[in-house]
Design a protein around this ligand. Structure first.
Ligand code: NAP
Ligand code: F7E
Length: 331
């Protein structure tokens, strides 16, 4: 019998990478999609797996839809990746962010508790829960939470609900506390993809400027394709637990900009950058750097793609996208 997995957030960045990994491991993969006015299957098409996924309709804010899905699919594993995941937008839409990221997780945990209590559950927790907290420059499983945005706060609620259902009902629930991870299918609003897309346009003469906010913020950036493997490993253990997933290396936004311009062979990056206060946040997370010892020791997980390789991969993919679009316009 094939193992079955349900992935919420299947059409985002991580969903397609995780689905690809599970399909390679011979899982039957169900992907939950919400109602759309225009189909947005670009990321699953990019990874060539669109036709291998069984789509089911649901929304994290609609408890009955989650109950129906869990009742009918009864998956071996549930990966909850759905979220309003853009930190900046969470300041403008705090209630919506809370409905999806916090209450949505409660609904999903309840659906599992009532209709499929043996399903193993993965919650997409985040380094944004640490926010201002850092122990000597690093964050790990023992670091206190000090979230700095409605997004971070909503994820702290979901984190503790995931722990609470494990402790209260003996359910197999695990939190992956993932630090920033990126890829060629990262959403265009996030700073890494915004930079690599902007650099590609400048390289091809389609733009002359890139507008950014706080260039000093530091992040621990890894490759999404590596991180989904850690998600899967967390659900294969004998005992559920919570793990930090990171590279252990931190870089500023400015360092990412420099690396991206260098990867495209464009000298003098400074002349293309304009600081625009619209992209700054009411409260910032200044410094994230994860200590990944627990995941390495207990799961045998390590990141494979380096910072420089990640930047190059994303810049090259964006240049290729614009070149192909130009070829198809001409033909
Ligand atoms: P993403 O690209 O923003 O994808 C989020 C997905 O959630 C989208 O497919 C979106 O659907 C779906 N979604 C949003 N609201 C929903 C709702 N009400 N009901 C059902 N689905 C809904 O995020 P990601 O980068 O793949 O991240 C995956 C998860 O990991 C998220 O929970 C995120 O908060 C968390 N996380 C991400 C990072 C990171 O660096 N990427 C780090 C730590 C944690 P549409 O396609 O319809 O918009
Ligand atoms: O910002 C700064 C910005 O939006 C990174 C999500 O996946 O990772 C992500 O959250 C940094 C911040 O990601 C711009 O102020 C400067 O300091 O790419 P971001 P994020 O906020 O770190 C965590 C782990 C998640 O869980 C989230 O879901 O870059 N920054 N200038 C900018 N950021 C953006 N977006 N745009 C700018 O122009």
């Amino acid at each position: 019998m094939k193992k079955t997995a349900l992935i919420t957030g299947i059409l985002g960045q991580d969903g397609p990478y995780l689905a690809k990994l599970l399909l390679e491991k011979d899982y039957k993969v169900y992907g939950m999609t919400r109602r759309y006015s225009l189909p947005n299957f670009g990321n699953v098409e990019y990874l060539g797996i669109h036709h291998d996924i069984d789509y089911v309709d649901g929304d994290m804010t609609d408890e009955s839809s989650l109950m129906n899905i869990i009742k009918s699919v009864r998956p071996d594993e549930v990966y909850n990746l759905a979220a309003q995941s853009f930190v900046k937008a969470s300041f403008e839409q705090p209630k919506f962010t809370t409905d999806v990221n916090a209450l949505g997780v409660l609904y999903l945990l309840n659906a599992i508790k009532y209709f499929s209590p043996t399903s193993r559950f993965y919650q997409a927790s985040t380094s944004e829960m640490f926010g201002l907290a850092n122990d000597g420059g690093y964050q790990d499983e023992n670091t206190n939470f000090h979230p700095r945005s409605p997004y971070g706060v909503s994820k702290v609620y979901a984190y503790w609900m995931t722990v609470n259902y494990r402790e209260s009902y003996n359910m197999f629930t695990a939190n992956g506390i993932l630090f920033n991870h990126e890829s060629p299918i990262r959403g265009i609003q996030f700073v890494t993809r915004k930079i690599t897309d902007g650099v590609a346009k400048i390289k091809l003469g389609l733009a002359t400027e890139l507008r950014l906010g706080n260039m000093e913020a530091k992040r621990d950036w890894g490759f999404a394709g590596d991180y989904v493997e850690a998600m899967w490993l967390m659900l294969q253990t004998d005992k559920p637990d919570d793990y930090v997933v990171a590279t252990g290396e931190t870089h500023s936004v400015q360092e990412f900009v420099e690396a991206a311009f260098a990867a495209a062979d464009i000298p003098d990056w400074k002349k293309y950058i304009t600081i625009d206060p619209r992209f700054k946040r009411p409260a910032e997370v200044p410094h994230l750097c994860g200590r990944v010892d627990k995941a390495t020791k207990q799961l045998g997980w390590k990141p494979k793609v380096s910072f420089a390789e990640l930047v190059k991969m994303m810049v090259e993919a964006d240049i290729k996208r614009y070149e192909m679009a130009s070829v198809s316009r001409q033909s």
